[in-house]
Design a protein around this ligand. Structure first.
Ligand code: CP3
Length: 345
């Protein structure tokens, strides 16, 4: 193995060259992904094929020699397995044909976690472990309970999440019940991924930014912390590093907010200098190059990469990543340039 180790970083070890991986590293910006993707009309059919998931997870590793792989799947598998009717159509994001529109819909959700419906995810973990280069860590993941709840209520991606905000205002007790159901599901889902061999897990709170400060506390941080407590108190999962991505949280996160989290994955709007002093010794940090920078010229990219490397040099546990997922309009050669800059620094 090389001397850039994700696991060492997650154990708070400073490294001369930080390990690198990218949020959404397997996906539409890669021509080799498009080659496989064109064989499937529906994205969901594709992620239900474990050997295809393994092949796709391996693509960015083969191309860039990254220091970690992430399971190829999606955060919406849980609400899909609960019967909300997930569709990934052409030209638009995921849509639920059967979203949560009433308290009754929440009462009617399955009473236990639908593991049979999620088996394809666990099989994808096993298949991916088989093809990954020796010792390269595999990261499992899920959406945060809040992000899954917001998606389940809104039924689709949205700029303003009006339906979700309205539902939350009118039915906050029922939303808390929904969050409890999703927290239990996320816990069991991650536990199963860990049992199948993932060495770290990342929780994506991709819709933290739509909440007010108070609602963020109650509906995002609280259930996420419950999920983390469940993982920490279970002997099967207690030692697995947990990475948490909060997208542009409505207030600054402090060390006391998320005690059981190993690593904070910083959104590109979060200040690295502040994070460096706030979290040194308590949390590993991951991030946080604005993915949009990868659309600019070499000079801009170099400036932005160097600023991060300088700030985080010697930090006990730093992982280089983007400050959100890579987008389809980014050229792979810009990613290669970024990686070369980090490794030749
Ligand atoms: O390398 C990887 O990270 C691949 C695995 C992965 C996917 N989605 C595959 C995917 C992961 C970790 C995700 C997480 C995910 N999914 C998040 C959290 C991360 C974030 O960006 O905040 C969210 C919010 C989703 C929900 C989702 N899935 C959306 C909004 C979309 C459509 C638009 C988009 O962002 O790509 C998807 C579909 C999806 N999931 C694709 C991929 C590669 C594209 C589907 C296609 O090829 O048609």
């Amino acid at each position: 193995m090389n001397n850039r180790s994700l696991i060492a970083a997650l154990n708070f070890e400073p490294q001369a060259t930080p390990p690198i991986w990218l949020m959404r590293q397997a996906g539409r910006y890669l021509p080799e992904y498009q080659q496989v993707r064109k064989n499937f009309t529906n994205f969901l059919d594709m992620i239900k094929r474990p050997e295809i998931c393994a092949e796709l997870a391996l693509q960015p590793i083969n191309r860039f020699d990254l220091d970690a792989s992430i399971l190829f799947s999606d955060i919406l598998t849980i609400p899909s397995a609960m019967g909300l009717g997930l569709e990934f159509g052409e030209g638009h994001g995921p849509i639920f044909s059967n979203p949560i529109s009433s308290i009754k819909d929440i009462e009617n959700l399955p009473k236990s976690v639908p593991h049979e419906e999620l088996r394809y995810v666990y099989e994808a973990v096993v298949a991916t472990k088989k093809v990954l280069p020796n010792q390269l860590p595999l990261i499992g993941f899920c959406g945060s309970p809040w992000t899954l709840a917001a998606y389940s209520i809104e039924g689709k991606g949205s700029k303003d999440f009006i339906k979700t905000k309205d539902f939350l205002k009118k039915n906050s007790a029922a939303v808390s019940t929904l969050l409890e159901i999703l927290t239990q599901a996320c816990y069991e889902y991650l536990k199963e991924q860990i049992k199948c061999g993932v060495q770290a897990v990342q929780i994506f709170d991709s819709w933290a930014d739509i909440l007010s400060v108070e609602d963020f506390e109650e509906f995002s941080l609280k259930p996420t912390n419950q999920l983390i407590t469940l993982l920490r108190e279970d002997v099967t999962t207690s030692a697995t590093p947990i990475i948490l991505f909060e997208k542009a949280p409505p207030r600054e996160i402090s060390t006391n907010d998320l005690k059981g989290v190993t690593c904070l994955s910083l959104h590109w709007t979060q200040d690295l200098i502040k994070a460096n002093s706030a979290f040194k010794g308590s949390h590993v940090l991951q991030g946080n190059l604005n993915p949009a920078i990868l659309k600019s010229d070499e000079e801009e990219i170099e400036k932005a990469v160097n600023a991060i490397l300088e700030e985080m040099s010697g930090y006990p546990g730093f992982i280089f990543n983007l400050g959100h997922g890579i987008t389809p309009d980014i050229e792979p050669n810009k990613v290669q340039l970024m990686i070369d800059l980090i490794r030749n620094n």
